[in-house]
Ligand binder design. Sequence first.
Ligand code: PGA
Length: 255
Amino acid sequence: MDKSKRKVVIAGNWKMNMTPSEAEAAVRETAELVEGKNGCDVILCVPFVDIDAAIKAAKGTNVKIGAQNVHFEAKGAYTGEISAAMLLECGVEYVIIGHSERRQYFGETDETVNKRTIAALNAGLKVILCLGEVLEQRQSGITSEIVAMQTKLDLAGVTAEQMKNVIIAYEPVWAIGTGLTATPEQADEVCGIIRKTIADLYSNDTADSTVIQYGGSMNDGNAAELLSKVNVDGGLIGGASLVPAKFSKIVDAAQ
Ligand code: PGA
């Protein structure tokens, strides 16, 4: 596996944090701290209402702005939902799909994750597709089967060409927001299983060029070791992305 074919991508997931004015200040501060650090791509995925302020604050910097979800229909009677065209017109480049909190609390299934992924890619958004096992699945020794199945179901119908716009985020659910981090070896092993599944579904070439991030309590203390692993091409960071000084240290670790 040739890691040099892939760019490291460090993405923050702010979840339901930051008002627009807080977002503007945090994007500005982050952008200043990561200025000139071009060894990785830097993305901040912000709440919908922060997008406008975040895009303005990120203009002319190396910080890209993403959203945290997108609906699969183009328009219509879907109260509370946001379409891909709406995000694109606001200047959004990336969207997180299938985060475990969406799966756990909002009834998201592999089927709806797949529909959102297809709609986002067809519209021209880049997708950060999240998947990962829950604690009971890890304890029963079925992590490989679970992530392979999620990879297949969530990517059904996505073409090899479209895979250029897909980042996978392996996020073991037991590590998200818990302070428990997968060991670098565990992260590398499961990211490797996802890569192998992509090779089976597409080709070795597609597998070698797909960015696979690790997420789950990644912070400035553990990032360097996690990112040193051959199959770990970046991070999706929740809590630590809310503090620009911490997030920028993770970006430093990725240089
Ligand atoms: P965490 O969240 O870094 O706070 O564990 C990661 C995520 O949910 O993407």
